[in-house]
Design a protein around this ligand. Structure first.
Ligand code: SF4
Length: 714
């Protein structure tokens, strides 16, 4: 079925993929489909789009999208078409049975960082109110959770960027740690280019000389898993060279002595031995960072996806605090969140330990507030559940069923073969998706759901900018929205009210649930977003007239302007001071040895997005990046007798992956790199280690020990 444009006019909307949430226009194409047109007025990307965004409409009318529910036949064991009634009845029946036989916590729910705010909110409410289960988490746990935990710990609040992207070109120096944004979010590269054009300097920290690192004034290439030691070494030098900001430390922080002592135990020469980064480069970095009047540290998945990710980000935050580079104009620490709604997706209650408004599930006042909005007894709300990997690991054990929306863990989870085996061991698996993903292939029921351009919803980009993503085309018959799915299931499970299908109604409830919380959306409404300038509103945005019944921004109400810049007056901690946390270097969960002598690090490529469930099904993207590869240094390749293009097997203690070698001197000679977007024999996550960060429960995607073998590709 081909999607047809709802109107010939241009609909101002946003890309379905990454957290930049580039603005775009959609209009009727000449061939009957929809076309992307430039929307230069949206400030984040000013009309620029990467290939993923430009080709996003292809999946709307793709032959491979799902347009009818599928259920697994008891007779043949195969997925066969079914009616919506049959599919929803089957899911509701299984959820009821399992809950009755094994208790509510035997029902698991798994969400995604690509779900709109409304869907994330409704999914969390569905789990806690309808199922009464604590067993809900989402794939954002695999994305930026370490940065979120470190931000909460230091500043009392986590918003990816506490300042808008437009501040980046106006600062003096940026240290970009573990981000290849030239490939992951290309339109954002201009902020770094403009920084350098304005006389600022760019330092990139990455074990690979990526397209982003090539833009840098200084590229530091540490051994994977040692970013924490690197940050400690820089802080040591800051102290030793008298570059601390004592007045800032005194007036706006607490805990400096402990952090200082921890850093002083990491001598630069020692740090050089751990990281492989020469001391003169450490000194250059300190000079560039401290000479600038204002400077920033931005992290992404490199330092975050480690079993010490929270402490690693904490070490970079300590560097900012010690030099007075936080809570001041054009300075600070920020995280470049990855998934489309990675920011909003973590604020509205699909996380194992959180309620809407970014409230803690263990806080009695938060429970009481949200319970009142939901019309339930606070004591009926379950407590925190397992984190994403722990939940997946428990499938088939005490968790018997799983309802999964917006995620493809067969490709994206660590130790993926084990996760796949756990999914297969479930009593019952239900998946809502737009295509038959590798995870959906294992399901007992697959529900075909609407795509971004076929539904309206809000998303919150990496700056904390709440945006209205508008419906531009009608969905094919046979497809329903995730909100419709939750409504249908809730009704069958005795909760007919409380799960509206209309996203605006859901958002109205979300506003009330978030009111007074850290991520306060109560001053934002669909009307305000619809009538506004299209640039969105930054949270926190409290309602200046709560209970007035008036629309924020409507006649007679002075709207809260939103908060583009956080912490300028004080941090969000109880005493308003940012907290230093003493952190020390520790080894990765798995070090190299004689059997597994090489480090593996994983990441992304320009033409694919996350598990590739969508982008692998777009011809243009698939041609540009048709499969995985193993990037390795010529010295390593020569030692093993591996030629460029030859099949190479990468073997870890958890599995084996085979892909063509890409021999390049742009990577450290002790490290190989694999992108993780593909399933099958080239699945990088067959190799990765599920060791978890003790605070964020983030798995160690970025470093594990492997060996390489020449291989025949099957
Ligand atoms: Fe979409 Fe991100 Fe590409 Fe922008 S950078 S077009 S949001 S994938």
């Amino acid at each position: 079925t081909t999607a047809t444009p709802a109107a010939t006019a241009v609909t101002a909307t946003h890309c379905p993929y990454c957290a930049l949430q580039c603005g775009m226009g959609l209009t009727a194409g000449t061939g009957g489909g929809v076309e992307v047109v430039e929307r230069a007025s949206f400030p984040v990307n000013r009309g620029a789009l990467c290939g993923k965004g430009r080709t996003a409409p292809a999946l709307l009318s793709s032959r491979v999208r799902l347009t009818e529910p599928l259920v697994r036949s008891h007779a043949t064991g195969k997925l066969v078409p079914a009616s919506w009634e049959e599919a929803l009845d089957r899911i509701a029946g299984e959820l009821s049975r399992v809950r009755e036989e094994h208790g509510a916590d035997a029902c698991g729910v798994f969400g995604g960082g690509g779900l709109t705010n409304e869907k994330a909110y409704a999914l969390g409410k569905f789990a806690r109110v309808v199922l009464g289960t604590s067993q809900i988490d989402y794939n954002g746990r695999f994305c930026m959770s370490s940065a979120a935990a470190a931000g909460q710990r230091a500043f009392g609040l986590d918003r990816g960027l506490p300042f808008p992207l437009e501040d980046i070109p106006r600062t003096g120096c940026v240290i970009l740690v573990g981000s290849n944004l030239a490939e992951t979010m290309p339109p954002a590269l201009r902020y770094l280019t403009e920084l350098r054009e304005n006389g600022g300097t760019l330092i990139v920290v990455d074990p690979r000389r990526t397209r982003t690192a090539e833009q840098a004034d200084l590229h530091l290439a540490p051994r994977p898993g040692t970013d924490l030691a690197l940050a400690l070494g820089l802080l040591h030098l800051v102290v030793a060279e008298g570059r601390t900001d004592e007045a800032f430390i005194e007036e706006r922080t607490s805990g400096w002595e402990g952090a200082r002592a921890a850093a002083m135990a990491h001598w630069p020469e020692h740090v050089e031995r751990i990281t492989g980064v020469p001391v003169p480069q450490l000194r250059d970095a300190v000079r560039m960072f401290c000479d600038a009047e204002a400077s920033m540290v931005l992290t992404a998945r490199g330092p975050e996806q480690q079993s010490k990710g929270t402490d690693t980000v904490g070490a970079w935050i300590n560097l900012c605090l010690a030099t007075g580079r936080a809570g001041r104009p054009l300075s600070g620490y920020g995280c470049l969140t990855g998934q489309g709604n990675g920011q909003g997706g973590r604020e509205h209650g699909q996380k194992a330990d959180q309620l809407p408004g970014y409230r803690k599930l263990t806080d009695p006042a938060a429970r009481a507030h949200v319970a009142e909005v939901w019309g339930v007894d606070p004591d009926s709300l379950p407590g925190p559940g397992r984190s994403a990997y722990e939940l997946l690991d428990a499938l088939g054990g005490d968790v018997k069923t799983l309802l999964l929306m917006g995620s493809n863990p067969v490709v994206s989870a660590p130790r993926a073969a084990h996760v796949e085996e756990r999914l297969r061991s479930l009593d019952f698996l239900a998946v809502a998706d737009v295509v038959l993903s590798e995870t959906a292939e294992l399901a007992d029921v697959v529900l075909p759901v609407t795509q971004w351009a076929e539904e309206t919803g809000t998303v919150t980009n990496l700056e904390g900018r709440v945006l209205l993503r508008r419906r531009a085309v009608s969905a094919p018959g046979g497809v329903r929205s995730d909100l419709d799915v939750l409504h249908g299931l809730a009704a069958r499970l005795g909760h007919g009210k409380g799960f509206p299908v209309d996203p605006e109604q859901v958002f109205e409830e979300l506003r009330r649930a978030s009111a007074g919380g850290p991520a306060d959306y109560s001053g934002i409404s669909y009307e305000r977003l619809r009538e506004g300038d299209g640039e969105g509103v930054f949270w926190p945005c409290p309602d200046p007239a709560p209970g007035s019944g008036q629309v924020p921004g409507g006649a007679g109400v002075v709207p809260h302007p939103g908060t583009p810049r956080l912490f300028l007056e004080g941090f969000a901690t109880e005493d308003g001071r940012a907290r230093f946390v003493p952190v020390v270097h520790r080894a990765a969960a798995e070090e190299t040895d004689a059997e597994y002598p090489v480090l593996l690090t994983t990441g992304r490529v320009l033409a694919q997005y996350q598990s590739g469930a969508q982008t692998r099904r777009v011809d243009e993207l698939n041609s540009a990046a048709p499969g995985p590869f193993v990037e390795l240094h010529p010295r390593l390749a020569a030692g093993l007798g591996i030629a460029d293009g030859e099949a190479v097997a990468v073997v870890s203690r958890r599995g084996r992956a085979v892909a063509p070698a890409r021999v390049t001197s742009s990577i450290r000679s002790d490290t190989v790199f694999m992108p993780f977007h593909w399933p099958g024999e080239g699945r990088a996550n067959s190799l990765t280690h599920p060791a978890l960060d003790p605070v964020s429960r983030m798995p160690e995607f970025k470093v594990c020990a492997v060996r390489l073998e020449r291989a025949e590709r099957s």
